[in-house]
Design a protein around this ligand. Structure first.
Ligand code: GRF
Length: 198
């Protein structure tokens, strides 16, 4: 099963999927390309180190969102993508792209959706929102991407405790460790279902 991974930053979630393919846990999957919204994302370096084609499709190159999404859709189609994984991807996908890959786009979000998600809740803001809310737990969610923001059907979730004295960074690190666990598991669940239907 061919996966295209969309990234914007450090790519630690990308690395986790790569590592789970190499370990044989994801033995039915191959990452055919990494598409980054940022030309200097370390995730592109990780792809290069693994011999995976990495492409930047940025606002600078493609200022018009529609044209940028058309380019991404072209790359996805050309590579024969079966599953799109958003791994720290910080750009919005067009409705056209989402409907072209309906129920074949998954995203990792660093909170227990439907709490602390939606427009404006990205990066550290998510963890700040959890700390400000007084929630005693947080966690990570892998969900399908639909036209909304962080509103698609949930595939997997795992909780972490919020500890006294937690900062955004300490909570983010605890959540990130769980992200790295549940994203490969969600890809495997998708793989099994998808290949059953093939
Ligand atoms: C992660 O917390 C992810 O959930 C969020 O971006 C952060 C960095 O991810 N969307 P990565 O290290 O680039 O995979």
């Amino acid at each position: 099963m061919k996966i295209s991974v969309l990234v914007s930053g450090g790519g630690s979630n990308l690395q986790s999927v790569i590592d789970h393919i190499k370990s044989g846990f994801l033995d039915q999957a191959i990452i055919v390309q990494v598409i980054s919204s940022s030309a200097d994302a370390y995730a592109l370096e990780r792809a290069k180190n693994e011999g995976i084609p990495g492409i930047a499709v940025t606002r600078q190159q493609w200022p018009e969102e529609e044209k940028r999404n058309e380019e991404i859709l072209r790359l996805l189609t050309e590579a024969g993508t079966d599953l799109i994984v958003l791994a720290g991807y910080m750009s919005i996908l067009s409705p056209e792209l989402i409907s072209a890959y309906s129920d074949r786009i998954i995203n990792i979000h660093p909170s227990l959706i439907p709490r602390h998600c939606g427009k404006g809740y990205y990066g550290k803001r998510v963890h700040r929102s959890v700390l400000e809310s007084g929630d005693l737990k947080s966690g990570a969610t892998v969900h399908y991407v639909d036209e909304g923001i962080d509103t698609g059907r949930i595939i997997l979730q795992e909780t972490v405790p919020v500890e006294p004295g937690d900062t955004e960074d300490s909570l983010a690190a605890r959540v990130l460790a769980v992200e790295h666990k549940i994203l490969p598991r969600a890809v495997k669940l998708f793989c099994e279902e998808y290949l059953k239907g093939k």
